[in-house]
Every structure is written in C-alpha cells, then in structure tokens.
Design a protein around this ligand. Sequence first.
Ligand code: SAM
Length: 238
Amino acid sequence: MVKLYSKKANPNMRRPIVKEEIVDYLRTQQKPNTGCLADLEQFAQQENIPIIQPEVAAYFRFYLQMTAPQKILEIGTAIGYSALLMAANVPEAKITSIERHAEMFALAQKNVAAYDLKEQITLIKGDAAEVLPVLEEEFDFVFMDSAKSKYIELLPAVFDRLEVGGAVIIDDIFQGGDTLKPIEEIARGQRAIHRGLQRLLAAVLRHPDLTVSLLPLSDGLLLIRKNTAKICLPSGLD
Ligand SMILES: C[S@@+](CC[C@H](N)C(=O)[O-])C[C@H]1O[C@@H](n2cnc3c(N)ncnc32)[C@H](O)[C@@H]1O
C-alpha cells in the first residue's frame, strides 16, 4: 500500500466544477488509455493517488500533439503517470520532472525505468522551491501539479526558466469551487490553498505580458503564455 495517500488526499481535486453528467461523458466517452498508462491510472485509483483526470489527459494528448513542445518541465511527478503521458504524446521531447516526496519519487523511478523506453524523462528528487533556482536549461512547456498553496511562490522561478512564447498549465485551480468563495466560508485547514490560489489568479489573469485562459476541466486548468522576456508579478496580494 502507498502510505502518502492511504488516508488523506485533498478531496477538492475530485469535486467536478461542471455538471456531473457532462463530467461523466468526458471521462467515459473519450479515448481511454491503453498499456502502461492504463495500468498506472488503475494503480493510482486503487491507492488514492491524485493524478490528472481522464478529461485532462485527453486535453493533454490534443494540446501536446498540436504544440509539440521539446523541453518540458513538470513540478509534481507523483508516480510518473503524467510525465509518461506527455512522453507518449511528444516522442521527441525531453521531460524533466520534480518530486519532493520519497515514496512517490521511488514509485516514479520504478515506473520510468520500466516504461520510458526512449529515455525521455529525467526525474529530480527535491522541493521545486530549491530545485528551480538551480536548473540551468530553458523550457517551452511547464506543467505545475504540486502543492496548490505554493503555485504563486514558484511561478517567478518558473517564468525565469520558460522561453518567451512558452506555456505553463497549472492544475486544480478551482478547488471544487471553493477558490471563488469568501475565505470565512473555507475550512481552516484549506485556507492556505485558498489564499495561494486567489493570489495566483489575481497576479496573472489580467497581466499585460501574459495571455491567460481558464478551462473548466477536472478541478480547473489555468493556461498561461509568457509573452515577454521579463514578467513582473505583483507582490503582497494578501
Ligand atoms: C497531484 S500529484 C502529481 C500528479 C502527477 N502530475 C500526475 O498527474 O501523474 C502532486 C505531487 O506533487 C508533489 N509535490 C508537492 N509540492 C511539491 C514541491 N514543492 N516540489 C516537488 N514536488 C511537490 C507531491 O509530493 C505529489 O506527489
């Protein structure tokens, strides 16, 4: 049994933000995974490990095949499912994925060793807050799927490593709708996530040097294109 998620996982990630019957259609009628991705998806479900939902996987297949990024950075590997999905959909890309939790990192190492046949994926163990500042290469696509309260803190370092014209996709933006509510209505244990996501949205949605879009897929995707070399984010939005 996988210890990290055996008892707890943020339930908001599984609260759909569109009608249940539409979510059900998106999850059951689009092309399912096959092979190792289907096996990993099943393992994650059985062990309560939060990986991207099927409708996000379908969107990623489309987005990645259309844009074909060559240098991908992922923050939050878990068992390596989304990294392997990205590798399968952009066979020429190199993917760097950061994971801080030892148990998840060990599972990702095992899965990447078994299924990353073209050796596209490099795993880095550590906290992204410490790893990002020492990365030397630039990326043309970043997928952020780590602790939700800290996205806003990681974003300046992500922009430093992102090429102009590159994109960032950030998962789990709406927290089942809680992100839009006043903080008094949010359970105390969820307030750091709430504050972090509100700061993130306030910092990017109308930023003059970013092109931004929100997609109501799964628990919400935030899509950001970096349009200029230097991106100044407002500080102290609390
Ligand atoms: C939602 S899971 C990632 C799922 C994966 N992207 C997928 O869809 O297959 C989030 C992961 O991010 C990791 N994480 C959270 N904060 C992190 C940080 N600051 N640096 C590195 N990893 C982090 C957690 O340990 C967890 O394994």
